[in-house]
Design a protein around this ligand. Structure first.
Ligand code: PLP
Length: 447
């Protein structure tokens, strides 16, 4: 493969034979015309692999799929309407009712919701690993019906780095695939497949698109897992739709992608608009430049935050103080990404003052944007979780999550200084209040 920065602007592009357009065009069409009765029949089951209907495939979307597959070093990819859709397609391409999924504890709250609420209702059992950095725990909790091991390369928002090679080794000992959500790292910082992951998932709404304008998701099959020798009977057993052939028989190493595309994605229908495929493709062309700068700025910001007396702790794997720092040095030599959390010693009240004081950071539930963003997870994305789950996933009342964008680090730190000043001013005011007022504040805090 060419170097990353070359691949990000060239891999998978489609030439425009009609007009010579240099940029892959947006093929905004519901379907594709057939020349004749025989041509239609060929497209639907014969030897002509051309397009039929945009829910099953579209040239703009296919160009994006080839590009992400190339950047991840994968065999092939499926692009869908959001990161959640990608997670759904990836997992439903593997499991059925009665199967068991083992997931790292500190995954994105939407993923936890999908597993706990969505998949559990379909009869899929889900268990969360308390110590994802301990391969023994993964090994111990594998059961006869376990079909998938799942984790995030960099956890959102705790920043714990998955020891992909160690977890992949456990998965492969049991003949199971490891699925890794690589949204926070992107293939520029880390390619999970090079360390043993078999399927890689992205929310393309984040860094791949980068501009916060379009939702999308991608599932990449690395091509490393032997579907023919797998416990996945829906891929190895004869199938009516294939006139008695199996997906492995009909598609060989492409069996999983063929099933996930034609049954899960195409029939459940979480299709990606070709316009969004185009926007995400445009974003990918500057991925390495953005991630390099955003990671550098995130480290500068994390170091600055760590020095503030009002800050009790900073969750950023690029910091020596983070429990995942050694793993970050091993897996993320180009930078530890641009999402970080920090906890204000003053708890929820301090977080509220800080949050309302910033003017450059946008108050939003989103990450991976060129703009810097701030969120209070405990009262927003994680508000629905039970206290013990929030505690286990490190979501305290004083925690704020930052997604570092492309603004100048000086302006970002000046903005964070505004937040710190708001917290410090309130603390000073509290220290000089009369004992009667103090009693009132303590009572309010206890409610
Ligand atoms: C790690 C991770 N995976 C998946 C998703 C879901 O992506 P989307 O919002 O595109 O559905 C998110 C969203 O924040 C995320 O952070």
């Amino acid at each position: 493969m060419p170097e990353f920065s070359t691949a990000q602007v060239h891999a998978g592009e489609v030439g425009d034979a009609a007009h010579g357009a240099r940029v892959t065009p947006i093929y905004l069409t519901a379907g594709f015309e057939f020349d004749s009765f025989a041509h239609a029949e060929q497209r639907f089951g014969g030897d002509d692999p051309g397009y039929t209907y945009s829910r099953s495939g579209n040239p703009t979307t296919a160009s994006l799929e080839r590009r992400v597959a190339a950047l991840e070093g994968g065999r092939e990819a499926i692009a869908v309407g959001s990161g959640q859709a990608a997670l759904t397609v990836a997992v439903l391409g593997l499991v059925k009712a009665g199967d068991h999924v083992l997931s790292a504890q500190s995954v994105y709250s939407g993923t936890r919701g999908l597993f706990e609420t969505g998949l559990k209702r379909l009869g899929v059992e889900i268990e969360f690993i308390d110590r994802p950095d301990d391969p023994e725990e993964w090994r111990r909790r594998i059961r006869g019906n376990t079909r998938v091991l799942f984790g995030e390369s960099i956890g959102n928002p705790g920043n714990d780095v998955l020891d992909i090679a160690a977890v992949a080794a456990v998965a492969h000992e049991h003949g199971l695939p490891l699925v890794v959500d690589n949204t926070l790292a992107t293939p520029y910082l880390l390619r999970p497949g090079e360390h043993g992951a078999d399927i890689v998932v992205h929310s393309a709404s984040k860094y791949l698109g980068g501009h916060g304008s379009a939702l999308g998701g991608v599932v990449v099959d690395r091509g490393s897992y032997d579907w023919a020798a797998s416990p996945f009977e829906h891929l190895t057993a004869p199938d009516d739709w294939l006139h008695g052939d199996s997906y492995v028989g009909a598609y060989g190493a492409g069996a999983y992608t063929a099933f996930a595309r034609s049954v899960v994605s195409s029939l459940f229908g979480p299709v990606l608009s070709p316009v969004n495929a185009f926007l995400i493709q445009q974003g990918i062309e500057t991925l390495s430049l953005r991630l390099r700068q955003q990671s550098d700025t995130a480290l500068t910001v994390a170091r600055w935050l760590e020095r503030q007396p009002e800050v009790a702790g900073v969750d950023y794997a690029g910091l020596e103080s983070h429990p995942s720092h050694a793993l970050a040095q091993r897996y993320l030599p180009r930078g530890a990404g641009a999402i970080l959390g920090f906890t204000l010693a003053g708890g929820a009240a301090a977080a509220e003052r800080f949050y309302d004081a910033v003017t450059v950071f946008s108050r939003m539930t989103h990450i991976g944007d060129v703009r810097s963003l701030i969120l209070h997870p405990a009262t927003t994305t994680h508000a629905h979780l039970h206290d013990e789950v929030r505690e286990a996933t490190g979501i305290g009342d004083g925690l704020l999550r930052l997604s570092i964008g492309l603004e100048d680090p000086t302006d970002l730190i000046a903005d964070l200084e505004r937040g710190i000043a708001a917290v410090a001013t309130a603390a000073r005011a509290r220290a000089t209040t009369t004992p009667i007022a103090d009693t009132r504040l303590v009572a309010a805090a206890g409610n």
